[in-house]
Write a protein that binds this ligand. Structure first.
Ligand code: NAD
Ligand code: UDP
Length: 324
């Protein structure tokens, strides 16, 4: 890198906000491996140093402990904005902070993109569709979100972040990309973050009852993190300009009850199921329509759920044996 941090090779200088989190850390790995100089910005709200430990000694990697609610002044060519807690437990623990991260934080990164003429990719979410009446969800669907429910800080925060991106694009010609990420899982999910895959795997490995919310018939579609990272990079590298938000996810849909049974089986566990009330506004069905991503990016996920779960179980098995 030269004194401004610009990579000496053909790579670009890339800022990854939220780079110490689950998806962000895999993205940093991929970008460094591709020859880019990566600046990871994170406030460690839900991220962890261990996620990026291997990169810390790498010449092409830099870490800055920073909250995106405060402006950043630096040079960069590309910005991925992944900074935001993704698990309902964490984003609901301080809802006002979640809104500030999504609104003020995104304004700060868009302002930076405008100043330095960087391309910016916003990590949006399937939560913009809320509890959908339309299935599978296409990008043209406007969603059904409760603006005053417990998930609103995240759902409406992310919807506002999309609006901000589009307005910076229209008003200031900022080069934007919007990825609507559907449920993603894999190694480096936080064991205590409350999301269903990590909860079930940790429960199964410890031989504890798996907590199924509701009757377990609600569905999700789970995408392995390596596939997601490839989708994010492909969208960022899409040269034809902003083509609207793009769903990224795996269309293989499964009910939460079936997922619990599958994880118990794959972990060789004897855990039982324990039913708890369904949280308010919990979406009943979710599956991405990925025709747009397939069409414009030539991207589709390749990891089958069973295979990805086995890799994730192996990761948690090792993590838990190191903790205990
Ligand atoms: P994560 O919680 O593991 O990572 C988020 C990272 O952002 C963490 O490292 C956290 O410390 C950091 N962060 C949070 N607030 C910040 C702030 N104000 N300033 C700087 N850093 C901050 O979550 P993840 O699963 O890796 O999700 C990454 C992104 O993808 C999020 O924006 C999330 O909304 C989006 N997303 C994830 C999923 C999923 O299933 N994992 C689904 C849809 C959307
Ligand atoms: N869920 C569950 N048990 C858990 C955690 C989650 O049954 O221990 C359910 C949750 O109610 C939801 C689904 O699993 O229906 C996915 O939850 P998660 O928090 O992983 O993601 P999101 O609801 O944001 O899609």
């Amino acid at each position: 890198m030269d004194e401004r941090g610009t990579p000496l090779g053909s790579g670009q200088r890339v800022l990854v906000a939220g780079g110490a989190g689950f998806i962000g850390s895999h993205l940093c790995d991929a970008l460094v491996a591709a020859g880019h100089a990566v600046l990871c910005v994170d406030n460690f709200h839900t991220g962890a140093k261990r996620n990026i430990e291997r990169l810390l000694d790498h010449d092409a990697f830099e870490l800055q402990n920073h909250d995106i609610v405060h402006p950043l002044y630096l040079e960069t060519e590309r910005i991925y904005n992944l900074a935001c807690p993704a698990s309902p437990v964490h984003y609901q623990s301080n809802p006002v902070r979640t809104i500030k991260t999504n609104v003020i934080g995104t304004i700060n990164l868009l302002g930076l993109a405008r100043r330095v003429k960087a391309r910016i990719l916003q990590a949006s979410t399937s939560e913009v569709y809320g509890d959908p009446e339309s299935h599978p969800q296409k990008e043209s669907y406007w969603g059904r979100v409760n603006p005053i429910g417990p998930r609103a800080c995240y759902d409406e925060g992310k919807r506002c972040a999309e609006s901000l991106c589009v307005e910076y694009h229209r008003q200031n010609a900022v080069d934007i990309r919007i990825a609507r990420i559907f449920n993603t899982y894999g190694p480096r999910m936080h064991p205590g973050d409350g999301r269903v895959v990590s909860n079930f795997i940790v429960g199964a490995l410890r031989g504890e009852a798996l907590t199924v919310y509701g009757d377990g018939t609600q569905s999700r579609s789970f995408c392995y993190v390596d596939d997601m990272v490839k989708g994010l990079v492909a969208l960022m590298d899409y040269e034809a300009g902003f083509a609207g938000p793009v769903n990224l996810g795996n269309p293989e849909e499964i009910s939460i009850g079936e997922l619990a049974v599958l994880i118990i089986e794959l972990a060789g566990s004897r855990s039982s199921l324990e039913y708890r009330p369904l949280p308010e506004d919990d979406p009943i069905r979710r599956r991405p329509d990925i025709a747009r991503a397939e069409g414009i990016l030539g991207w589709k996920p390749s990891m089958m759920l069973e295979e990805g779960l086995k890799k994730t179980i192996d990761y948690f098995d090792e993590l838990l044996s190191n903790i205990s």
